[in-house]
Design a binder for this molecule. Structure first.
Ligand SMILES: [Fe+2]
Length: 301
């Protein structure tokens, strides 16, 4: 995995074919100086926000399509409204920047959530599967991607301190190691079909279950299996990346393994990228898993 550094002269205009390909292959597109997506006054206000119950709310989230804010530990309605306005503006600016810089994806992407991460990552007490400091590929438990890709832009808005990540091998190199463990090579049987039908029926009745296609089920299982494997976490090859205060980076977090070891105050906007808009759809995680499995994983049996 590599970090491709870009200067302020790249704030306008589109990424090159080399940069798109690098990004899709698991590299990090990195701006030491962030594109203009957050005014100083908004940054100064956000870093005063604290989360009281850090174990419950992982982040403050903003849903741009619904203009909805969640997770703010703040009783004062005026303060809540200010956070809401800042997140709304941040999300719009991040989307506008990405819409130019990664224009190829923008016509068909789906806009996902934005988040503000006010909690220090080092030493956080959360459940094993929620831990950010263990290497993983992203998979959203409640929002199946159906084989489309998870692209994220992060900005470290801490006034001084860096945000520290480690990464290990790319999805393509690690998929086989975990595929057997999560049952990818087992052919679906009658029981699986019955289970699928039950979930589908429950979802259509409005019950709180998530109807995931096989691809999303395997990605979630791989996410959990990686975090549960302490030997893998300790012994795998690692690269360490420091993202200084004021920097921005863009990464496909479903194929670039990552863990956040330390850092406080980051902003992030997620995009779901259509597979058909990729330079290399054959390297997408769904294509890698389907090749290993020898069958389609796109929808339920
Ligand atoms: Fe992640």
């Amino acid at each position: 995995m590599a970090r491709i550094s870009l200067g302020a002269d790249r704030f306008e205009g589109e990424a090159t074919a080399h940069e798109y390909r690098g990004l899709e292959a698991g590299d990090i597109l990195y701006f030491a100086q962030s594109p203009p997506i957050l005014p100083d006054s908004d940054r100064a206000f956000l870093v005063t926000q604290k989360q009281v119950d850090a174990s419950y709310h992982k982040n403050i989230s903003y849903r741009p399509l619904e203009d909805r804010l969640k997770g703010v530990d703040q009783k004062d309605p005026a303060q809540v409204e200010r956070v809401h306005q800042i997140m709304r503006d941040y999300s719009r600016r991040a989307v506008a920047f990405m819409g130019t810089f990664l224009k190829r994806y923008a016509a068909s992407w789906r806009l996902d959530f934005a988040s503000f991460r006010p909690i220090e990552e080092a030493g956080r007490q959360v459940s094993l599967h929620s831990r950010n400091d263990l290497l993983h590929f992203d998979s959203f438990p409640t929002r199946p991607s159906h084989g489309d890709r998870l692209l994220r832009i992060f900005t470290n808005i801490h006034p001084e301190r860096e945000r520290v990540w480690i990464t290990t091998d790319h999805f393509e190199s690690l998929a086989d190691k975990f595929a057997d463990r999560v049952g990818l090579y087992r052919k679906p049987g009658v029981l699986d079909s019955c289970k699928d039908l039950t979930v589908k029926a429950a979802a259509s009745m409005g019950l709180p279950v998530v109807d995931r296609p096989p691809y999303d089920r395997f990605m979630l299982k791989i996410h959990h299996a990686m975090k549960e494997d302490s030997r893998f976490q300790e012994t795998c090859r690692k690269d360490r990346w420091e993202f200084p205060a004021g920097s921005t980076w863009i990464v496909f977090t479903d194929s670039a393994s990552h863990a956040c070891l330390s850092g406080q105050y980051a902003l992030e906007q997620t995009f779901i990228i259509k597979r058909s808009s990729l330079f290399a759809p054959e390297s997408a995680p769904i294509a890698v898993l389907e090749k290993l499995a020898g069958r389609s994983l796109a929808r339920s049996a």
